[in-house]
Structure formats: C-alpha cells, structure tokens
Design a protein. Structure first.
Length: 88
C-alpha cells in the first residue's frame, strides 16, 4: 500500500512539473517578446494609401483607418504625414 502511494506521488509531481514548464514558457515567453522587440527596433507605423489620407498610425486597427478607401500598409517612412490624434 505504501509503495502504491509513493508511486502516485512520483507520477503526480512528474506531471505537475511538466505542466509548469510547458505553460510557463509558452505563456510568458512569446507575448513578452512581441511587446519588447518592436519598441527597441525601428518603429513601424501604418498608413492608408488612399489620396485623402494624411496621417500615420501606431495600430493597424486604429479607428482612424476605418475610412481608408485603399490599402493599409505598414511602413517606417511617414515623412509628410501627421500623427493620428486617436492612436498617439
Ligand atoms: Zn490612428
């Protein structure tokens, strides 16, 4: 009986240890990298390629881009454009 309890404990801690490793690295690893890397590297903004668009945006899903009649593209060159008042 004691042996069975010991085996159960070993199995329990083995499974618990594995779960901690996989969930810890999976949840904490990737979102932190996504948040930190764009801030350190060249900033990418989003612009509408329509003729009437004069602003650049921090987010591709900014509501200021909802009226864009053409394509929304990521770019690092925002010369001649103004900051969007909504997402900046
Ligand atoms: Zn915006």
């Amino acid at each position: 009986m004691k042996k069975a309890v010991l085996i159960l404990f070993v199995i329990f801690f083995t499974i618990a240890g594995c779960r901690k490793e996989t969930s810890g690295s999976g949840n904490n690893g990737s979102p932190a990298n996504e948040n930190s890397s764009p801030a350190n590297e060249t900033k990418i903004y989003y612009i509408c390629t329509g003729n009437s668009a004069t602003k650049y945006h921090r987010k591709s899903d900014c509501i200021g881009l909802n009226n864009c009649s053409k394509d929304i593209i990521p770019t690092t060159d925002v010369s001649g454009r103004e900051k969007c008042n909504i997402c900046f």
